[in-house]
Design a protein around this ligand. Structure first.
Ligand code: PLP
Length: 478
């Protein structure tokens, strides 16, 4: 018998025990999360100061590590999963998603090629096809036709991939070969997410070639202004290649008119990408599907289950109508990745649909979520969030000290105290410092505006009612 090899690895028995302890810790965390101040109040450097300057030379007991999660890490956590978190857009999680994520870590597969783990690719294709039906998306995004869906880490990556495909389609795949000549132009509204500007910079179009199109009084892109901008550019010898419309802007949840924008893009042969990062999830409910009116005219589309669909970060679903443009733009096949399945042309290799080579088995958590909740369960919670936000909007409307700052079509309410910017800043600071809830702000018509987004997994009527009560109380003390 050879001597047993020296090992520092965790044994199966220890893994079982500590794994249970971690799951218990998370379950307890969710049970007590309401008692924790939503916004972390640590000062810069405080967390690092509590950590040892040097790493341990000898391994430590797991209990000590978990103990430090409680002692050192927890105070520096802003509790995104708190039912009193109403800031930004939600990034909600749920137990089935967490368990799917755990299993993904357990498998530890790299799904870059179909051949490197067939289930990783096929489950992803299948679940993304399910979502086409679940959200009522156009059939052209199904993998059975010329299009298909892929999971990206974020909406930012989806937008970048869409832009790269658009750039290559517009130039006959020449920029990939020879580089650009600064003639390509891209368009989005003044209210679009900053990731569009970032994509334009990364893709080499140049910030000066991104046109920010003006919006109407509902903060939605004006199609006639878009048409004007594209036509002016064309007359000046530039090449309009990409439009990004937003369904649910980050600032105010404005809905760009996709049908009108899509018609303009079609006429001019310009790629239309639709970014529905947060609000796309609403389309699970048939009564909200009008937000996607005109989507059949889009070349690509994305929404983030990691925002509002109970699937923990990261998980963005990205669809293209013609996968060839995307794959041709991004595919590079070195010898060491050649394999019979790829060569047969019968499989998807998702490395060709994204920027990095490696990819995690993200479809597991999405599959777990959809199977745990079922379509009806998901619809129930999304409807409830919208109802709660609408109730909040009604309370704001009924209180003469406040006003709504933008339409509230779904689960985001933009509102402000009529007392002006200073009053709203004080209100926001006091509310957030209380730890009882967390709101963030935006500026609309150059006025400070408070935002309340309802989308956390455990947010119920009582949390929204209490938030309004606290807002009213603080307003009385202004
Ligand atoms: C409309 C919109 N697009 C894009 C993003 C960026 O999302 P991600 O973090 O997935 O890149 C956000 C984030 O809030 C968003 O609201």
């Amino acid at each position: 018998m050879p001597p047993e090899e020296k090992s520092f690895h965790m044994t199966s028995e220890e893994f079982r025990r500590h794994g249970r302890a971690v799951v218990d810790w998370i379950a307890d965390y969710y049970d007590r999360i309401e008692s924790l101040p939503v916004l972390s109040s640590v000062k810069p450097g405080e967390i690092r100061a509590a950590l040892p300057p040097q790493p341990p030379a000898a391994g430590e007991p797991f209990d000590a590590i978990l103990g430090d999660v409680e002692r050192v890490i927890l105070p520096g956590i802003t509790h995104w999963q708190s039912p009193n978190f109403f800031a930004y857009f939600p990034a909600n999680a749920s137990p089935p998603a967490i368990l799917g994520e755990l299993l993904s870590a357990g498998f530890g597969v790299q799904g870059m090629l179909w051949a490197t783990s067939p289930a990783c690719t096929e489950l992803e294709t299948h679940v993304l096809d399910w979502l086409v039906g679940m959200l009522g998306l156009p059939d052209k995004f199904l993998s059975s036709g010329a299009g298909g869906g892929v999971i990206q880490d974020t909406a930012s990556s989806a937008t970048l991939c869409a832009l790269l495909a658009a750039r290559e389609r517009a130039t006959g795949f020449a920029v990939n070969q020879r580089g650009g000549d600064a003639r390509l132009t891209a368009y989005t509204s003044t209210q679009a997410h900053s990731s569009v500007e970032k994509a334009v910079k990364i893709a080499g179009l140049g910030r000066e070639n991104l046109r920010l199109i003006e919006v109407d009084d509902k903060f939605a892109m004006r199609p006639e202004a878009l048409a004007r901008a594209m036509d002016e550019d064309r007359r000046a010898g530039r090449v309009p290649c990409f439009v990004c419309a937003t369904v649910g802007t980050t600032s105010s949840n404005a809905l760009d008119p996709v049908a009108e924008i899509g018609a303009l893009c079609k006429e001019r042969g310009v790629w239309l990408h639709v970014d529905a990062a947060m609000s796309g999830t609403a389309a699970l409910c048939p009564e909200f599907r009008s937000i996607h009116r005109g989507l059949e005219l889009a070349d690509s589309y994305c929404f983030n289950p990691h925002k509002w669909m109970f699937t923990n970060f990261d998980c963005d679903c990205f669809y293209v109508a013609d996968r060839r443009a995307l794959i041709e733009a991004l595919s590079v096949l070195p010898e060491y990745l050649r394999n019979p399945a790829t060569e047969s042309g019968a499989v998807f290799d998702y490395r060709d649909w994204q920027i990095p080579l490696g990819r995690r088995f993200r479809a597991l958590k999405l599959w777990f979520v959809i199977r745990h909740y079922g379509v009806e369960g998901l619809q129930h919670h999304i409807r409830r969030h919208v109802e709660l936000a609408q109730q909040f909007a009604a309370w704001v409307r009924a209180d003469e000290r406040f006003e709504l700052a933008a339409p509230a079509p779904l689960n985001l309410v933009c509102f402000r105290h009529r007392g002006g910017d200073a009053a709203n800043q004080t209100l926001l600071d006091r509310l957030n410092q209380s730890g009882a809830l967390y709101l963030t702000h935006t500026r609309l018509h150059d006025r400070l505006t408070l935002r309340l987004a309802v989308g956390q997994t455990r947010t119920e009527a009582r949390h929204v009612a209490r938030a309004w009560q606290l807002i009213q109380q603080e307003a009385s003390g202004l």
